[in-house]
Design a protein around this ligand. Structure first.
Ligand code: SAM
Length: 295
C-alpha cells in the first residue's frame, strides 16, 4: 500500500488546489512555546503520551494533518515502523519546509512525505488509497466552521475500515465567563476569540471575544500575531481543584460531538491541559484529546 501511496504523492508534490488563497499561520512555534511555558509546561508531554498510546496499535500509513513544523513526527518513528509511511500535510508552505527538515533529520525508520495543502488533498485522493490512522493536533480550534466539517468528513473518507483518528482541541468551561477576557461571551456556546500573542496571558486583552462569523473570516486569512481560536465548550466542566490530568470525560464537546457522530465512534475523551494564566485565578481553559474509530 505504501508504494501505491508514494506513487500518488509524487504526482501531487505541489498544492493541487491553486484557487485556495496562500495561508500563513499567524504565529511562530517560538512564541507559542513561550506562552505555553507560562500557562502549562506539561501540556506537550501529556499530549504526546495520549497520541503515542493511540499509535501503539499496528498501522502502515499515517497522516499528521495540520502537521505544522513536524513537532509530532518523532511519535511515528521506531524500527518496527520501517515499512510504514507518514504523510504530513499543512497549508503554510514555510512550515512545511521546516517540517521536511525535521523529517529528514529526526526520522530514522519510517518513510515520510510532507505536502503543502489542506483538506482538498484528502478529498481528491483516489478511493483505493487509505490510511490507518490520522493525527490532528490543535488544528480544529483554528479553522472555520466550514473547514471543520470538511476536515472531519475528509478523515472519514481517507481512513481504512476500523481506522482511528486522534484530535486535540482547545476547550473552555462556562465559569470562564467571570474572566474579563470573556467580554460579551454568553458562556453557553463555543468561545471564539483572538489571542494577541504580543501580550502576556495575564493582560486583560490577551484573549478578545469575537463572534463566530468574525472567527470564520479570521481563520481563513489570519493577521500576523493575532491567533484565531475557537475554544469548544465543555458543559459541566469538572472542578479544577479536585481533578488530576489527564481527566477522562464520557463525551466530547457538543459542537464537535454532533459533527463526529455520523462518521466515528468516540473511544476516549480526556482533558490533558489546563492553562494557568500567571497572576490570574485558575479558569477552565485548556485542551482535550479525543480518540475516534471509523464507523
Ligand atoms: C497550533 S498549530 C499545530 C501544529 C501541529 N499540529 C502541532 O501540534 O504542533 C495549527 C496548524 O494548523 C495549520 N492549519 C491552519 N489552517 C488549516 C487548515 N484549514 N487545514 C489544515 N491545517 C491548517 C496551521 O498552518 C498550523 O501549522
Amino acid at each position: 500500500m505504501s508504494e501505491d501511496w508514494l506513487e500518488y504523492l509524487r504526482k501531487v508534490a505541489s498544492p493541487t488546489d491553486r484557487s485556495r488563497p496562500a495561508y500563513v499561520y499567524p504565529v511562530t512555534d517560538e512564541v507559542t512555546n513561550t506562552r505555553l511555558q507560562q500557562q502549562d509546561p506539561n501540556k506537550h508531554t501529556l499530549e504526546q503520551a495520549l497520541f503515542s498510546a493511540m499509535l501503539q496499535d499496528a498501522w502502515r500509513v499515517a497522516i499528521d494533518f495540520g502537521c505544522g513544523t513536524g513537532a509530532h513526527f518523532f511519535l511515528f518513528d521506531g524500527h518496527e515502523h520501517r515499512k510504514n509511511l507518514l504523510i504530513g500535510i499543512d497549508p503554510d508552505c514555510k512550515r512545511v519546509e521546516w517540517a521536511r527538515q525535521v523529517a529528514e533529520y529526526r526520522l530514522q525508520f519510517v518513510q515520510s512525505h510532507i505536502l503543502c495543502g489542506g483538506i482538498e488533498l484528502l478529498e481528491h485522493t483516489p478511493k483505493r488509497l487509505k490510511a490507518d490512522v490520522v493525527l490532528c493536533s490543535q488544528v480544529l480550534g483554528h479553522v472555520s466552521e466550514n473547514q471543520t466539517r470538511r476536515i472531519i468528513k475528509g478523515f472519514h473518507r481517507i481512513l481504512a475500515k476500523n481506522g482511528r483518528c486522534g484530535i486535540a482541541i482547545p476547550i473552555v468551561g462556562a465559569q470562564f465567563k467571570e474572566n474579563p477576557q470573556a467580554g460579551d461571551w454568553s458562556g453557553k456556546e463555543d468561545y471564539p476569540h483572538l489571542v494577541h500573542m504580543s501580550k502576556s496571558p495575564s493582560d486583560h486583552d490577551f484573549r478578545c471575544y469575537i463572534t463566530i462569523d468574525e472567527f470564520n473570516k479570521a481563520a481563513e486569512q489570519p493577521e500576523p500575531g493575532l491567533l484565531p481560536v475557537r475554544s469548544f465548550i465543555v458543559p459541566n466542566f469538572p472542578n479544577l481543584a479536585t481533578i488530576k490530568l489527564p481527566y477522562l470525560l464520557d463525551v466530547p464537546p457538543p459542537t464537535i460531538g454532533q459533527l463526529i457522530s455520523p462518521f466515528f465512534r468516540v473511544e476516549k475523551c480526556a482533558i490533558y491541559s489546563i492553562h494557568k494564566d500567571p497572576g490570574s485565578p485558575v479558569f477552565p481553559v485548556g485542551d482535550m484529546f479525543i480518540q475516534l474509530r471509523k464507523k
